[in-house]
Design a protein. Sequence first.
Length: 267
Amino acid sequence: MNSSILHILNTTKTRIQALGPQIYREGPGMKFEKRDFFSVVEDAKADGRIPVIAEVKPASPGRTFRDIPPTTAAELAWEMEEAGAVAVSVLTEPEVFRGSLENLDAVRNAVCLPVLRKDFIIDRVQLEEAQSDLVLLIADILEEELGEFVELALEKGFEPLVEVHNRKELDLALETSARLIGINNRDFETLKINLGTTEELALLIRECDLDHGTKHLIISESGMKNPGDVRRVIQAGADAVLIGSALMESASVFDKTKEFVQSAGWR
């Protein structure tokens, strides 16, 4: 695993230790009405739009895009919603990605779309911290605990999005109750991007669904810079795409989000 990822995991452990045991709750989590991600994806497809999860992303390892306090996060999310995104992803990891739980709360209060909390979840206490409709669970990090975290997320009222990068992680994900599988095109070892990862793993997911009568929604994550990239992963079998860096780099988040949403008809 890349040193940047290991650093994030270490700082995450430190944050968790500082929370203390008092935050733990037994049984169901906070009461809120979960927004239906599956229906908004189907509606977008029916309208001929690409289902885009647009990400509020202040930074990535070794790179800062922009300072995003809660008020700015809310404004960006509103632009993403107006441009046709089906959901908004919010980074809450504070050290490297410079995200925050305050940004997550601000975004969910600002839009009607489903909101994904994107962080490095390694302890059940993190599922007590904030409300979101979806929560990211990374197979490479949770490994054999993945199934337990999927069930706990469901119990707490979240829709788990299980992220995988290779066949081994995919096999773990398919053994869980998760209905959403995110294929990360970024290698955690090298941090390099390869859209072929979606092409390889999406096919395996579809084959599994045919063989077992299951149905997973596939989300391609990382590395899409233009409409051609989006069409490539959609044609490979992805149902939706998650895009962050390309939006944060753009002069207009609204225009760039709309460009990706309309990728299916782009020439």
